[in-house]
Structures are given as structure tokens and as C-alpha cells.
Design a protein around this ligand. Sequence first.
Ligand code: 8YV
Length: 328
Amino acid sequence: NTSKPKLLVARAMFPEELFRLNAYFELELNPDDRIFSPEELCDRLQGKFGMICTSSAKISADLLSKLPELKIVSTIAVGYDNFDLQACTSHQVMATNAPDVLNETTADFAWALMMATARRVTEAEHFLRVGEWKKWGVDLFVGADIHGSRLGILGMGRIGQAIARRASGFGMEVIYHNRSQLSPAQESAAHHARYVDKETLLREADHLILALPYSPEAHHIIGEAELAKMKPSATLVNIARGGIVDDTALIRALREGKIAGAGLDVFENEPRLHPDFLGLKNVVLTPHIASASERTRRAMVNRAIKNVIAAVRGEVPPDLLNRDILGH
Ligand code: 8YV
């Protein structure tokens, strides 16, 4: 049926879930999961009603000006810093994300990184794998405790609050900084997290987890000056976005012992990471997989599917980001 609107699914994702889209759209898939260059993305979007994509698809004013028929861009991510929302609105393109369904899975992974970093799990495993384990020692891979320590969270949205809740089982104190303070009810649900200024957060956290969205204001919000304020025994975890941390400054701080270690799931210029990370022992490095449980990734895809189906049916997509488009 060629009269159906066309939808580009820009990345390979669970064909069994995408199947439902066939009732509404003529699909163009990318089974090889190639990353389209901006030019190819523009070509492929010609004549399309919409697109399901990931954070790798940059939606700029320039691109949108070449796509008069486009109505919706739907990302399978909670973060949408790859979308120019203002340009979407002025070009009458709805932008949607896939929030909520990944909160708990992402919080789990933040904890995995924090624990692996503080207790030096991957460093110790490497030591064992390369055959260096000749004898046990009383100070072999001693690290920092999680239980009883003070957890700091920068960015106390839905994921930050899910991270905080998990602290109750570890007898931790939670402090946080956020654009705005949570309500007393939210704070008490987040293991009685205590709001502090950014300076106090940096100075007092034993383990600091970054869970804020990327924005130009958040660019390098953790740089040399901030790292210098942290405890030399502290662990830094980033499950948010590359660019929030100044990677060069972080590498220097890790080398000079300004902080004890870092657990990083996101990087500036990923998937190309700063090569000096690989030479550091006090880091745990993962390839942007914090939301990657089977169930959650399917739920994210389904959320994106719901949004495009709502759009084609003339309904308001549940996760519409640029709601000001409705007034136009
Ligand atoms: C996405 C993420 O899976 O949700 C986000 O913002 O970073 C991940 O959960 C990834 O960005 C692919 O879009």
C-alpha cells in the first residue's frame, strides 16, 4: 500500500517490535545499522513523515529546512540534546523522547559503575587475567567503601532519584544538587536526600554520580576546578552525557590522584574516546550501555513507536517535547 506515510527507522532495532508500525507506515529500515552521515540522513528523510532514531541523529535547523514533509522525530532515548527543539517547532516538526522506562535500569548501572570503580573490580580482574596474581596481600586492591559513605548526585531528575532510592540498603547519606530543590515528599522518597550547593556537593561526596541532561550550560560543568574540590578518595560516575565532564581535565585529575577513580559510560566524541583513558588503571569504562537491559531497550523502542503512531493518527504524542508546537 503505497499511500501510507513513510517512516525512516534510522537504526537497527528489534524487528519484532517494529512490526506494529507496518499497519500505519511504509517503513524504511537500516538492518545493517550503518550510522548515516548528515548528508545521507537528509537524503533518506526526503518525503518521510517521520523518523525513529537514536542520539546519533543530529536534527538541526539546516536539516529541517530541507525537509518540508517531515512531521515527527522520535528518539529512543531520554536525552534529546541532539534535537534543536526550537527549530523543530518553527518547522512544525514534533520531537519526542523515550523517558521513564529507563530510569530504574539506568540507576542500576550507575550503581554498578560506582561499585566497580570504588572496589576496583575491573582493574583486579585484569590483574588476574594477565596472570599477575602470584600471592594474596592484605592491601591487594584495597578500595573505598560504598556502605556508610556519602553519595552525591548532580542532577536529581527521575534517574537521579532512582539512584538515591537505592542508597537505603547501603546505609548511605545522600546529598544532591539540582537546578531546583525537590519537594519535601520527593526528598524523603529519595532516601531523604539533602539539597546542597554545588560546591558542598563536590567537597563532601565520597561518590559523585552525574545524572543531569546535557545542555550548553552543562558543558564541562565538571572540569579542572570542580575536580580539584573533590576528595582525593572520591569516585566520579558519569551515566549522563559526554561533554558534561571535561575529559582532558578528568584524565589529568585521575593521573595526579586528585580523585581516586572514575566510572564512565559516556564520553566526549564517543565512540572515539580520548586514548589516554585506556592507559589509566583507575577507570571503569563502558560503551554507553547504562539503559541496556533487554526489557528496557524494548520498552524504549515501544515508547518511540507509540509516539509516531499517535502522530500519524493526529493525536498528541505522549512524549511530545516541544509542546509549544500545539499552539501554532
Ligand atoms: C540511549 C541514552 O539508549 O536515553 C538516553 O539518553 O543515552 C541511552 O539510554 C542512547 O542514547 C541511544 O539513543
